[in-house]
Design a protein around this ligand. Structure first.
Ligand SMILES: O=c1ccn([C@@H]2O[C@H](COP(=O)(O)OP(=O)(O)O[C@H]3O[C@H](CO)[C@@H](O)[C@H](O)[C@H]3O)[C@@H](O)[C@H]2O)c(=O)[nH]1
Ligand SMILES: [Mn+2]
Length: 741
């Protein structure tokens, strides 16, 4: 591979390079072998089902095991798409200015989304904004838009303060050539403590304490409002102003041609936006916020490149836009390149990443795999878009209802002018989208709780391509949830959103494969059907154990040749998984957490996600976008750093987990005792092994159930309910067993 390495490309102007990963041929051989093994297993299942199952019990057992393995086989087939063409990319930002002059760099609009000042502390949002305002990019080309779906004056206050601080912070970053351009990250780093740094630190800390004191009080204190203009802005928060019902607030906090930093250089644009909300109109959560941002920015700056960021993803490398430009400004890729995605990488993970929030596969390995196909999916943050991608396919332009919102429109008035502000307010109204193509043909797509995945998928079906850019130094760093219930609720929301895509008329297995081809379609199907993991995981967590308790043997004996097939399939999958994980710089401990959390998610997030999706499609439940908390309370934070599971709240999500822990422990004990008493180790070996594996994975649950007494232990209520339910399961299965004899 590595076509661009050919001698015809002069190295000095090379902007990017791709190479197939070295282990690809191994992957392909192993995949072929594994496919054969799976086929054998499915053949055996069908054979057992048709020939050897004659009682209703044995039909039930064989059918369940068949379904479990069939689903596993599907999941495995989907994931093949990531393994056949894994392609790494390299970019050379140092060559950029040889190809395109700095003065000709395209303008860049940055969108930062926030939705709740209490779950997403305003100081965090401010740090994210400052880190991108300080990008190593011509400031006159840079505009930062902050979308506040929380409609909070606290966030606006934080940003009026931040705008003032930016005048000191930006020149400080440039002068000292900092790489940590989020003030919080800078203060935590080993920086030189000269008087200038000391000064900046004091300034930042006083800003922070003002903002945090207001957050604590829940309102903006008068003494912090310093100008008439600010006073007018805060007056919009009247008595009737609520988060769900309020007028649009647009505040130009910094204007490029007007505001200068302390060294006399112009500052980038900084705009606060809280779109109009009304209980009567749907707001479509983040997708709605992003579409409003697209329109408002179109009236103000309309940059051809758009960066979307979550409020907790601060920039960790000021060169990032230059890296993105290595692709976006390459005329060879130009016409169909829709976006350049950087991975989501997180800071603050504990040593073993107990909740597997790193999502190495989701955010790193799989994108590398998709990179060799049509390009990686959009993951909601850290993504540079070609604005044109939101208006139809590369060769089928879809006009927005106002020409002014189109990607070619040129804004020629200052952003603070009356005309511009009026236009911006008009397109931020809550009824604006009624009768337009926004959300269907134009902009971010509505219809799924994972608007990022769905939008990227639909754009790719329209013909857009993408690139994954994975530099050595993480481009962005994000926060992770640190309590188990937050973690599981997050993946539950994803499961619901993904299922919405799986079963809509644009399902990846039908529409996707048709419009993108087999492998990219399978890659998207892998995500869409993510939650079906719940089926095999639940079956394997309960069925063999219940059977073992009643001394029913359901797997081949150790002496049976089919036993070897099971060993190969299990060990093969686990070893391959381990190798892939460590190839992506993972440790053994983190891999163990990762596989454990996969099982835990299967028994909670995926299972509940499935149920909620069904209820939602029947119109019974209306699951919305539950924002993940980014607040770290000290005690919880300390626990997390020690690597202790935090249960705490009595969430129903914990019930199937606890049931699994109890049942597996019981089955293992009974199995071992039985092996001695009945001397039938041979027949029950696989089931004993499975129960043992279950117990091993449930160790933190036993600990939280019986050994701990702190606030994060498993609530007694959950233990009692689970024990009761396991009791019922056992009695029911005993009764069924009796009936069938
Ligand atoms: O009504 C809403 C809800 C959320 N958000 C913003 O959306 C972002 C993501 O929300 P978060 O609670 O952090 O969700 P996560 O599950 O952590 O996010 C992942 O999954 C989301 C889709 O479910 C994607 O949008 C994100 O980019 C992706 O990082 C945050 O910046 C929120 O402020 C809004 O702007 N409006
Ligand atoms: Mn998040």
């Amino acid at each position: 591979m590595g076509a661009s390495r050919e001698s015809s490309t002069p190295i000095s102007t090379e902007l990017h390079r791709e190479e197939l990963m070295r282990h690809t041929s191994f992957n392909r051989v192993f995949s072929a072998l594994y496919t054969c093994a799976i086929s054998c297993l499915l053949y055996r299942h069908i054979n057992t089902l048709l020939v050897h199952s004659n009682t209703s019990l044995s039909i039930f057992l064989s059918l369940s095991l068949f379904i479990a393995d069939l689903v596993l086989a599907f999941c495995w087939a989907f994931s093949l798409s990531f393994r056949l063409y894994p392609t790494r990319t390299h970019v050379f930002p140092n060559n950029l200015e040889k190809v395109i002059k700095r003065s000709e760099f395209p303008r860049l609009d940055v969108f930062i989304c926030t939705a709740d000042p209490y779950k997403e502390p305003p100081m965090g949002v401010v740090n994210t904004a400052l880190s991108v305002m300080a990008y190593d990019y011509p400031t006159e080309k840079l505009s930062i838009y902050v979308s506040d779906d929380g409609g909070s004056q606290l966030t606006l206050l934080a940003f009026t303060e931040a705008a003032r601080f930016a005048g000191h912070w930006l020149p400080f970053c440039v002068k000292n050539n900092l790489v940590d351009r989020s003030p919080e990250a800078f203060l935590k780093s080993n920086h030189p403590c000269d008087s200038e740094a000391q000064n900046i630190k004091l300034m930042y800390e006083s800003l922070k304490s003002r903002v945090e004191s207001c957050v604590e009080r829940g309102k903006v204190v008068d003494e912090y409002i310093t100008s008439e203009q600010e006073r007018q802005a805060f007056q919009k928060w009247t008595q009737d102003f609520t988060r769900q019902d309020h007028p649009t607030v647009i505040q130009v906090l910094l204007e490029n041609r007007r505001d200068k930093d302390i060294t006399g250089h112009f500052l980038p644009n900084l705009i606060y936006l809280s779109r109009q909300k009304s209980r009567a109109s749907p707001h479509h959560f983040k997708a709605g916020a992003l579409n409003t941002l697209l329109r408002v920015s179109a009236t103000m700056t309309n940059a051809p490149i758009v960066l979307t960021l979550d409020c907790d993803m601060f920039s960790n490398d000021p060169q990032t836009p230059l890296r993105a430009l290595c692709y976006l400004s390459d005329p060879k890729l130009g016409p169909t390149l829709g976006w350049v995605q950087f991975p989501q990488i997180f800071h603050g993970l504990n040593k073993n990443d107990i909740y597997a929030c790193e999502f190495k596969r989701l955010f790193i390995s799989n994108p590398i795999g998709m990179n060799g196909l049509l390009g990686t999916s959009y993951v909601g943050t850290g993504c540079f878009f070609n604005r044109r991608a939101f208006f139809g396919g590369p060769s089928s332009f879809v006009k927005p209802e106002l020409a002014q919102l189109g990607p070619d429109h040129i804004v020629d008035e200052p952003i603070g002018s009356q005309g511009i502000l009026e236009a911006a307010h008009a397109v931020a109204g809550c009824d604006y989208e009624e009768g337009t193509k926004w959300g269907s043909k134009v902009g971010f797509k509505y219809g799924s709780l994972v608007e990022d995945y769905y939008t990227g998928y639909r754009l790719m079906c329209e013909g857009w391509r993408s690139k994954f850019c994975h530099p050595e130094r993480p481009a962005f760093l994000g926060d992770i949830p640190i309590s188990l219930s937050d973690v599981l609720n997050q993946t539950k929301r994803w499961s619901v959103g993904l299922l919405e895509v799986a079963f809509c008329k644009y399902s990846p297995i039908t529409f996707g494969i048709q419009s993108m081809g087999l492998l990219p379609g399978l890659a998207y199907a892998h995500y869409a059907f993510w939650a079906i993991w719940a089926i095999p995981i639940c079956i394997y967590a309960f069925l063999p154990q219940l059977a073992l308790l009643h001394k029913v043997s359901i797997f081949p004996k150790v002496s049976d040749p089919w036993f070897l097939l099971y060993v190969f399939l299990f060990v093969g999958a686990y070893v391959q998984d381990y190798i892939e994980f460590t190839l992506a710089q993972g440790t053994f401990e983190r891999w163990w957490s990762d596989q454990r959390m996969w099982l835990i998610r299967g028994l909670s997030s995926y299972l509940f996600g499935f149920t909620e999706y069904i209820l939602k499609s029947w119109g019974i439940s209306t699951q919305g976008f539950n924002v993940t908390s980014k607040v770290v309370d000290d005690e919880q934070g300390k626990k997390y750093d020690q690597g202790v599971f935090e249960f705490g709240v009595p969430s129903p999500l914990f019930v199937p987990l606890t049931m699994t822990a109890i049942l597996n422990f019981w089955a293992l004990t009974a199995g071992i005792v039985g092996a001695f008493v009945d001397a039938n180790l041979d027949g029950h070996f696989v089931q004993i092994l499975l129960s043992g594996f279950g117990v091993l994975n449930c160790l933190p649950i036993y600990e939280a159930m019986v050994l701990r007494s702190d606030k994060g232990k498993l609530p007694t209520k959950i233990t009692l309910i689970s024990t009761f339910l396991v009791g019922i399961l056992c009695s029911v299965s005993a009764a069924v067993l009796k009936l069938s004899y």
